[in-house]
Design a protein around this ligand. Sequence first.
Ligand code: FES
Length: 478
Amino acid sequence: MNREYIETVQAVAGAAGSVWLAADAAEHPTLDGDHTADVLVVGAGITGALVARKLAGTGRRVILLDRRRIASGTTGHSTAKVTALHGNSWRDLLRNHADGEVRSWALANLAAVDELATIAAALGFEDLRRVPASLVAGDDATSAAFDEQLAALVSAGLPATASMAPLPFDRPAATVASQVLIDPGAFVVAVIAALGSNATVFEGSPVRSLDYHDHGWRATCDHGSVRAPVAIMADHFPVHDTGAFFTRLFPYAHYAVEFVPRETIPDGMWMQFGGEEITLRPTSDSEGTWIAGGKRVRVASGDDEREVYAGLVASVVAVVGECEVTRHWSAHDHETPDGLPFIGEAPLGRNLYMAAGYAGWGMTKSVVASAIITDAVEGRAHPLAETVSPSRAPGPGSAGSLIEENAIVGREFIGGHLTSRNDKVHEDSVAGRTCTHLGCGTKWNTAEGTVDCSCHGSRFGRHGDVIYGPAAKDIETK
Ligand code: FES
């Protein structure tokens, strides 16, 4: 890693890297040779692990492939707030969807909190804690509009109660009791360790292509392949895009810092709407450190990502007072035009399934996704299958974000080709080269040390290896 990068970012926000990825993962082999299975799962994050657990439990032979280590993608970079209180998103969902649909979706996410806790208990996984989750106003304007937020939560069916949040917030808050905090890396490691003999896991095995061939799916990796009649893309962005999802999955990064506060912060999860718009959770019940999440930022949209961390630290200090920042990292997730994820059978069918577009709330959506996909594979009708179907028609509220996001892509595509983003090139990296997805320009990410494409959010290591899709092919170093 570049020394200048390390020193500059550390000066702003502590050491680089997610606090969760220290979890010991069993080392799994790289895929070598040709294999067959009943079910192929691409992506060993929380969605892949949970769906593999369910389907291996039915007696099916499952192969799980991950491009790097298990849980090392968005799951391992999450702030892991396992709650149905998805910030202030419920108000927007109620504007775009029928009340009954939103209510069913909310209740499924509420039940997912308990299901995750039940799975953890069955595994003997003890690094889990029940705490309240609160949506708290961040400034005078949102305090005045608090009743509207509370009404949205109640309309969605969430058991939210209103109160005055204690210092340092001292604003109206809506609280849902008994939500869950976990270490997401350790949880996924535990789920995968308990998969049993019906499941085989391969790490370091990026899927370069997924094709329908001879009445089944064939995933091709660098040193082998897997054939299976059923394929599940739990890979953040579907590696086989059968529905032009690159126009409907909008890439956003969620920045996080871990810090030691000087003053006590009341226990629980806190999510501000308005004001600094940060979220807070304790790392654990014993370490005395907290994790703050900041505003979402479109991937590769800025000139200097270090400024985002500096802004997040300033926001944390504004809310909780002086603190020592010990670590920083970011998670990468996608938003959708209508605010609901794409879960279920992918367009064109043939037993190809997907889950994507969690918009930063994957801890519960992954649990719901594992149930929807398992039901679909088993031929059962899930009550939410139509609501989150990847083939659903865009609702009337979708037009604005579709136009806005695809206008960004158009500008980046043209701008990237005219300039090759050479102003953002970093020595000894592939920054400035063409993205292998659809040919936009790439730029150096000054905070993460990655090479990012601003069109659809593909991200590469400094030497061109794919970290996040939709790109499936590495950028060659020449
Ligand atoms: Fe689509 Fe780069 S991610 S062109």
